[in-house]
Design a protein around this ligand. Structure first.
Ligand code: HXC
Ligand code: NAP
Length: 287
């Protein structure tokens, strides 16, 4: 049931949305649904062939225009050029989905400073490069705007073994709230989604390779006993990119089946105690 699309047909009709990292994984899933809802898309990342393949698939499925533009979000000039191509093609841009990311699972002391740079540059610098370019464009042209950032739940908690990603995603969350406060008067909204685990080739191959899976089963952390389905995330993202969420600004919506709170609660681990032990405990209390 949770795999069903949620929004009304045409909910994003004629909206132009730039999706960074839109050729693969969650960016592709969110983009496909936005395209089904009538949006025109710009998919952007480093690998043009991947983007072109995804764009062709989406166009074929939905009949709506999807443009593929190569751009490394770490480079501001490339972001500006990508924005120019977008406005040349579509006449305007309505929304930006900052989804591109990089991540390595590794004890921090084993990372080189360059590895740290790579992750922080894609996640934090990439997000502020795109947000700044789009913000300037919207403000100069007196247009409303909408920014949606994809963070993670460890943006609030931090997490061992993914320190650069956690530091960068924490920065993106602070940026989300800062821009929401500052640019609201310019009619630019800025929100975030913190997804829990949604299987993708990109994340799983890097974060849960077979050698890690020998020791850690990510499924075991999930109180609902399942991963997220891509359509569940796509439903939320489309809502936050649409006018239905017009009064939402500065929000971060967690979509993780309760995973992070489950891990944080001091006594939640008591769920491992079998019922018979609780029975004994009650008897010992004399009830
Ligand atoms: C440690 C590594 C490494 C690894 C590379 N490096 N891979 N360090 N572990 N697995 C180091 C290199 O040695 C080098 O440092 C530096 O990082 C740069 O390496 P490059 O190969 O030049 O990097 P680059 O070509 O820029 O590619 C790296 C990347 C790539 C861009 C991050 O992995 C990528 O395309 N990632 C995008 C996909 C991705 O990561 N998706 C997952 C998102 S999931 P030296 O010093 O040797 O030069 C997510 C949250 C998930 O974010 C939460 C899940 C529940
Ligand atoms: P993914 O498929 O690996 O997506 C990452 C994308 O980022 C790729 O399309 C990649 O394309 C692009 N990218 C990387 N470096 C770039 C750069 N320098 N410039 C432009 N684009 C770049 O992984 P995913 O799982 O779908 O992740 C998508 C988002 O969800 C990320 O923000 C991630 O942190 C977040 N997230 C995922 C999960 C999960 O469970 N999957 C959980 C929480 C949060 P190129 O290689 O072509 O550049």
């Amino acid at each position: 049931m949770y795999k069903e699309p949620m929004l009304k047909e045409g909910a994003l009709k004629d909206k132009v949305i730039i999706i960074t990292g839109g050729g693969t994984g969650l960016g592709k899933s969110m983009g496909t649904y936005c395209s089904q809802l009538g949006a025109k898309l710009v998919l952007t990342s480093r690998k043009l062939e991947v983007l072109q393949k995804t764009a062709a698939e989406m166009e074929q499925e939905t009949g709506n225009k999807v443009m593929a533009v190569a751009c490394d979000v770490r480079k501001y000039e490339e972001v500006e050029a990508m924005l120019k191509k977008s406005t040349d093609e579509f006449g305007k841009v309505d929304a930006l989905l900052n989804n591109a990311a990089g991540n390595f699972v590794m004890p921090t002391e084993r990372l080189s400073h360059k590895a740290f740079d790579v992750v922080v540059d894609i996640v934090l610098k990439g997000t502020y490069n795109c947000s700044l370019a789009l913000g300037k464009y919207w403000i100069e042209n007196k247009l409303p705007g909408n920014i949606l950032n994809i963070v993670t739940t460890y943006a609030f908690t931090g997490s061992g073994y993914v320190a650069p990603s956690a530091a960068a995603k924490g920065g993106v969350l602070a940026l989300t709230r800062s821009l929401a406060a500052e640019w609201a008067r310019k009619q630019i909204r800025c929100n975030a989604i913190a997804p829990g685990p949604f299987p993708t080739e990109g994340a799983w191959s890097r974060l849960f390779p077979p050698v890690v899976q020998q020791y850690v089963d990510p499924m075991k952390r999930l109180p609902l006993g399942r991963y997220g389905d891509h359509q569940e995330l796509a439903n939320l993202a489309a809502y936050m990119l649409s006018e239905y969420s017009a009064y939402m600004n500065g929000e971060v919506v967690v979509l993780d089946g309760g995973e992070w709170l489950h891990g944080a609660g001091q006594f939640t681990g008591l769920e491992n105690i079998p019922d018979e032990l609780w029975d004994m405990w009650e008897k010992m209390r004399g009830r």
